[in-house]
Design a binder for this molecule. Structure first.
Ligand code: AMP
Ligand code: MG
Length: 352
């Protein structure tokens, strides 16, 4: 299949942008697949009400079919067509954080095919804030199932080029809108349980949700190796975000981390490995390795979140075989950063 790649600006203001986006919407209506940017990461969209389109999403990603998709809406009121009940807490959450980087798990409405929910009686719903994404969803008919637009297991795409790497030749169209703003996927909040439970941390933090709702649980599997447990969100059991090289997180005070990593890198090189380090501005000066990537300052967690997936992909491009990453606090946005990093590392953490 030939994949058409088009550029559309975030705010989609010109007539040309508008026309291109309408064409993308038409492809979705006809059951085709279109990747597009949102405020979190790029999504791989298909018409959520079309079973075949949903099956095509799984095939294009190589995604296991029990790992459900998030349904994206472009207008709040459309939610009533896809859920069977909207609890009072969900309305409060939507007033506080929608449109935005938050997904709610709610009881599924009859119209939603089981191909979207991976056979579950619940549906994941998100109303994104990205203006072009919202327009596209409306042009597509109102309901777009869109997992992250990476090949299953790879780091989520945060630029149009990342999507091209993974999806060229597999889908009808890629809408390139440049680099995304947030860089990690939406927070997933399950509102079918009491108290509400975070299944995946994201930009909307546990602290922010607790300020609104009172007690909010965080799923234990978020920060732990869950290979032996039955996960609440099916996708949580799969290896995710992983670069091709072996990634290890090193936790400890900055000096010890520097000493440890440099010694390991020395040994790895003797063993013929190509070595990489993922570090922060504050600690970068101390390292020696083949490839050293800075993901930003510890003072600026938003930059770290935004740069994380791109850095993991860059190690692949440079064919790095062993990667050492610094560790981050798990407060606030750090919870999302560490969740992605732990999954990418297959929970391999060295505590000094
Ligand atoms: P992605 O689309 O790649 O961001 O992944 C979406 C994730 O949302 C899945 O991996 C699941 O963990 C989660 N999810 C989607 N629908 C449900 C649901 N009905 N119940 C629980 N988790 C869900
Ligand atoms: Mg994903």
């Amino acid at each position: 299949m030939k994949t058409e790649i088009i550029k559309v600006s975030r705010d989609c203001i010109s007539t040309e942008d508008e026309e291109r986006l309408m064409r993308a919407g038409e492809i979705l209506r006809m059951g085709g697949l279109v990747a597009f940017p949102t405020e979190t990461v790029y999504g791989l969209g298909g018409d959520a009400m079309n079973r075949e389109a949903c099956s095509k999403i799984y095939a294009a990603k190589g995604r296991p079919s029990d790992n459900p998709l998030i349904v994206h809406i472009g207008r709040f009121e459309d939610i009533y067509q896809i859920v069977s009940k909207l609890p009072e807490a969900a309305i409060r959450v939507s007033k506080a954080f929608w449109p935005g980087p938050l997904t709610m798990i709610l009881p599924k409405g009859e119209k939603v095919p089981y191909e979207v929910t991976g056979g579950l009686e619940t549906v994941a719903v998100r109303f994104p804030s990205h203006p072009m994404a919202r327009k596209l969803i409306i042009y597509a008919g109102g309901f777009v199932a869109a997992p992250s637009a990476n090949a299953s297991g790879r780091p989520s795409p945060t630029t149009g080029e990342h999507v091209v790497e993974d999806m060229n030749g597999r889908i009808e169209m890629i809408v390139d809108g440049g680099q995304v703003g947030i860089g990690v996927e939406s927070t997933i909040l399950d509102l079918t349980v009491e108290p509400p439970r975070i299944l995946r941390p994201g930009y909307i933090t546990q602290e922010m949700l607790e300020a609104l709702l009172g007690k909010v649980d965080a799923d234990v599997t978020m920060m732990q190796d869950n290979s032996g447990e039955t996960p609440k969100a099916p996708g949580m059991k799969y290896r995710h975000y992983a670069p091709m090289g072996k990634l290890m997180i090193v936790e400890g005070n900055p000096r010890d981390v520097g000493t440890y990593i440099n010694r390991q890198v020395f040994l790895d090189k003797q063993a013929g490995e190509k070595t990489g380090i993922l570090g922060t501005e504050e600690q970068l000066h101390q390292y020696r390795a083949d490839v050293i990537k800075c993901i930003g300052s510890r003072e600026d967690e938003e930059a770290v979140a935004r740069n994380l997936f791109a850095a993991l992909r860059e190690f692949d491009q440079e064919k790095v075989t062993k990667i050492y990453a610094e560790s981050f606090s798990t407060q606030g946005l750090g919870q999302a950063i560490m969740n992605r990093l732990l999954k990418a590392a297959g929970h391999c953490v060295i505590r000094l």
